[in-house]
Design a protein around this ligand. Structure first.
Ligand SMILES: NC(=O)c1ccc[n+]([C@@H]2O[C@H](COP(=O)([O-])OP(=O)(O)OC[C@H]3O[C@@H](n4cnc5c(N)ncnc54)[C@H](OP(=O)(O)O)[C@@H]3O)[C@@H](O)[C@H]2O)c1
Length: 298
């Protein structure tokens, strides 16, 4: 972290469009390095670092928000019509700024179903779900925008406050098993830190416009849930076979089980040399568990 801090300019100002789970984590991380970071949300917040942006009712940030902005990170999913909400509302504004860098959080859903095989940035996207077609369209819009954009393809995001622990506590957990099915995932701290790491490496943007950020060990949901129950000292309910559970799942939940892929992080971690903080779900969930314990004792 110290090396990173020394090379990011203190005067950098980041606008994080979509200050949700990943966006606000990124903002907190980059502020610790001395940068300014403002985050958007669709409704007014008390936080002085927050501003309103809502593409759906055309709530556009005021001029003052854009003053001195050097970096943009968009964490907003595709709009209902399949195009990008940020570019739809702010493209000409963004193009008028002297931006050094624009980041876009995308998903590994664009790769479609690889039937469990590894997939890398070299593979042609083969979106399967409607939402993944929309996402690929948004990536294309960003690439064609002429902005200095870098796209990060992310698998399932988890971290403190959003993990299997919360699903267990809120009784939203379903222990489902499907033979040979794996999911890739990433801890939110690794999204923030990998992006900051890449920001230090000018060549990363020059040569790599699309980068996967995923951990080292795709694995089954049951393994992850079992690990959480073990940490909590509770007994995991008996897994239900996917075939028996599928009719009770929401269409969106069902759709996640229709794709099976292992997302490669070789470009990020081998070629570009980023060292994951949480290389697998165990270390990542230990961090989430510790966070719960700390909050309990506050
Ligand atoms: N969650 C995952 O597991 C996952 C996996 C892969 C990729 N992704 C993608 O990665 C990105 C970040 O994910 P996340 O889970 O951190 O996101 P998140 O917590 O759901 O936050 C999304 C943000 O986008 C804002 N937003 C949504 N629609 C908007 C619109 N029409 N106009 C303006 N703002 C809008 C939301 O505003 P409010 O704050 O007002 O709600 C929120 O700040 C998203 O594009 C997501 O689809 C997510």
């Amino acid at each position: 972290m110290t090396n990173i801090a020394s090379s990011l300019k203190n005067k950098s100002k980041f606008l994080i469009l979509g200050g949700g789970f990943s966006g606000s984590f990124f903002a907190k991380t980059i502020r610790k390095l001395g940068c300014i970071a403002l985050t958007s949300s669709r409704s007014e917040k008390k936080d002085p670092n927050s501003f309103v942006f809502n593409s759906e009712n055309n709530s556009i940030p005021s001029e003052r928000i854009f003053d001195g902005v050097t970096h943009i990170l968009s964490c907003i999913p595709p709009g209902k019509n399949g195009s990008d909400p940020v570019l739809g509302s702010l493209k000409s504004k963004l193009k008028s700024l002297s931006l050094e860098w624009v980041g876009y959080l995308s998903t590994t859903g664009v790769y479609g179903n690889t039937k469990g095989d590894w997939v890398s940035e070299m593979n042609q996207p083969q979106p399967f779900q409607n939402r993944s077609h929309k996402r690929l369209n948004c990536e294309k819009e960003w690439i064609e925008s002429g902005l200095p954009v870098q796209i990060f393809r992310l698998p399932g995001i988890y971290g403190p406050g959003r993990s299997t622990f919360e699903a267990i506590r809120n009784q939203k957990i379903r222990v489902i098993s499907k033979k040979n099915q794996v999911f890739s995932r990433i801890h939110v701290a690794d999204i923030a830190n990998a992006i900051i790491y890449l920001l230090q490496n000018k060549d990363s943007l020059k040569y790599h416009q699309i980068i996967n950020i995923a951990d080292d060990e795709p694995c089954s949901q049951v393994e992850v849930i079992q690990y959480c129950y073990d940490l909590l000292g509770l007994k995991m309910p008996k897994p239900i076979l996917f075939e028996d559970a599928k009719n009770e799942l929401s269409p969106i939940a069902q759709s996640f089980w229709m794709e099976n892929r292992r997302v490669s992080n070789k470009l990020l971690c081998e070629t570009l040399g980023y060292k994951l903080i949480y290389k697998n779900y165990k270390v990542g969930l230990n961090n989430c568990f510790l966070n719960i314990e700390i909050n309990k004792n506050k």
